[in-house]
Design a protein around this ligand. Structure first.
Ligand code: CP
Ligand code: NVA
Length: 364
C-alpha cells in the first residue's frame, strides 16, 4: 500500500517523492561533495548488486542543445563517466542505474547510430526508450513544437531530438521542462563531438595538445567538433572551400575557447596545409541531410576528399575519423576509410558510451 500512496509529479522528476522512492528502491545514495563537484553515488549492493558509481550532479535537469552548454570541466567529466561505463559494459557488469526512467526520442530525420545507441544505452541503464519518428507524432499534422514539448515533458524524463531546424530543438528545450538533448540539428551535432573526443582520448591517452584537421564541408559536425575540441585543448585546423566554411560567429567563439585552453583554431583553404602534422584527419559527407545536392557543391568539395596521399602528410601515427554514414570514394577514399589508420567504428561505438554518460548525469 505504501508504494501506491507516493504522489507522482511527472513534471519534477528529480525533486518528486516518486523519484526519490525509485532511487531508494535502486539503492542510490547521496554523498557529500567530492572536491568541489556535487556528486552522487549510484548502486551499492542489494537488490541488484550494482557497483557503487559516483557521478557529478552538475548536469542534473539540464539540456544539451549546443556544445557551449557544457563547460570544459563538464565535458571532461562526461568523458570520464563514459570511459567508466564503457569498461563496465565490456566486462558485462550491470549498470542499471536509471530504473523507472523514460527517454523520449523525437526524430525528424533517419538515424542509425544516434537512434540505436540512445535506445540501447537507455535499456542498458535500466530505463526505457520510446522512438517517435516523423510519422508518429501530431507534429506532422501541424501541432506546434511548443505544445509537443509541453506534453512529452509530462510523460518522459528526458528527450533526445533530431530536428531539421535548430530553432526546433531550442523550442523543445525551452518548453519541455525536462532535459533535452540535441541528437543533430542543421547547425550542431554535440553528442557526436563528445564521442569524437572520447575516441581521441582513447587513441592518444590525452586531449590537450592534439591537432585535428577537419577537411570538407563546414557543417553541423564541423561546428560541434570545433567548439568541443577547442574547449578541451585540442587544436583544430579547418580546411573548407569558399562558401562552405562554418559560420563566422562559431569561428569567433571557437577561437576564444581555444585561446582559453592553450589551443588554436586555424582556418585553411588548402587541405594539405591543414593536414600537415595533424594527429587526426576528420571528414564528413559533402551533402548533409536536408541540403540540396547541387553540382556547384560537388565541384567545390571534390578537392577535399581524404585520400591516402593526403593522409600521408599527417603525423605518422595519425588516425582517420568520420562520424558516419559515409560515401566511400566521395569524401574519403575507401582505402583510407577501411585502412589501418581508420577508427571510424570505434568512434561510432563511442556514441553509445557518451550518450549513456549524458543520460546518467542528467537524470541522476
Ligand atoms: N553520426 C550519426 O549521427 O549517425 P546517424 O545519422 O546514423 O545517427
Ligand atoms: N552532416 C551530416 C551528419 C550525419 C550524421 C548530416 O547532417 O547529414
Amino acid at each position: 500500500m505504501a508504494d501506491s500512496t507516493v504522489p507522482v509529479n511527472m513534471r519534477d522528476p528529480h525533486g518528486s517523492r516518486a523519484a526519490e522512492h525509485i532511487r531508494t528502491q535502486a539503492n542510490l545514495q547521496v554523498v557529500d561533495r567530492l572536491d568541489d563537484l556535487q556528486t552522487k553515488s549510484l548502486g551499492g549492493g542489494a537488490p541488484e548488486k550494482l557497483r557503487t558509481f559516483t557521478v557529478s550532479t552538475r548536469l542534473r535537469g539540464r539540456s544539451l542543445v549546443e556544445d557551449t552548454d557544457l563547460t570544459t570541466d563538464e565535458i571532461l567529466d562526461l568523458l570520464d563517466t563514459a570511459s567508466r561505463l564503457k569498461r563496465m559494459h565490456r566486462q558485462g557488469e550491470a549498470h542499471t542505474y536509471l530504473p523507472g526512467k523514460t527517454l523520449g526520442m523525437v526524430f525528424q530525420h533517419p538515424s542509425t547510430r544516434t537512434r540505436v545507441s540512445f535506445e540501447a544505452g537507455m535499456a542498458q541503464l535500466g530505463g526505457t526508450a520510446i522512438y517517435l519518428g516523423v510519422n508518429d507524432l501530431q507534429l506532422r499534422r501541424g501541432e506546434t513544437v511548443s505544445d509537443t514539448a509541453q506534453v512529452l515533458g509530462r510523460y518522459v524524463d528526458v528527450l533526445v531530438a533530431r530536428v531539421k531546424l535548430h530553432s526546433d530543438i531550442q523550442e523543445l528545450a525551452a518548453n519541455a521542462g525536462i532535459p533535452v538533448i540535441n541528437g543533430l540539428s542543421d547547425e550542431f551535432h554535440p553528442t557526436q563531438a563528445l564521442a569524437d573526443l572520447l575516441t581521441l582520448q582513447e587513441n592518444f591517452g590525452r586531449l590537450q595538445g592534439l591537432k585535428v584537421a577537419y577537411v570538407g564541408d563546414g557543417n553541423n559536425v564541423a561546428v560541434s567538433l570545433m567548439l568541443a575540441a577547442s574547449a578541451v585543448g585540442v587544436s583544430v585546423r579547418m580546411a573548407n572551400p569558399e562558401g562552405y566554411t562554418p559560420p563566422a560567429d562559431i569561428v569567433t567563439q571557437a577561437t576564444w575557447l581555444a585561446a582559453a585552453s592553450d589551443a588554436t583554431l586555424e582556418m585553411y583553404r588548402d587541405p594539405r596545409e591543414a593536414v600537415r602534422g595533424a594527429d587526426a584527419v576528420y571528414t564528413d559527407v559533402h551533402v548533409s541531410m536536408g541540403m540540396e545536392e547541387t553540382a556547384a557543391r560537388a565541384v567545390a568539395l571534390a578537392p577535399y576528399k581524404v585520400t591516402t596521399e593526403l593522409m600521408s602528410l599527417a603525423a605518422p601515427n595519425a588516425i582517420f575519423m568520420h562520424d558516419l554514414p559515409m560515401h566511400r570514394d566521395e569524401e574519403v577514399e575507401a582505402a583510407v576509410a577501411d585502412g589501418p589508420q581508420s577508427v571510424i567504428f570505434d568512434q561510432a561505438e563511442n556514441r553509445l558510451h557518451a550518450h549513456k554518460a549524458l543520460l546518467l548525469q542528467m537524470l541522476c
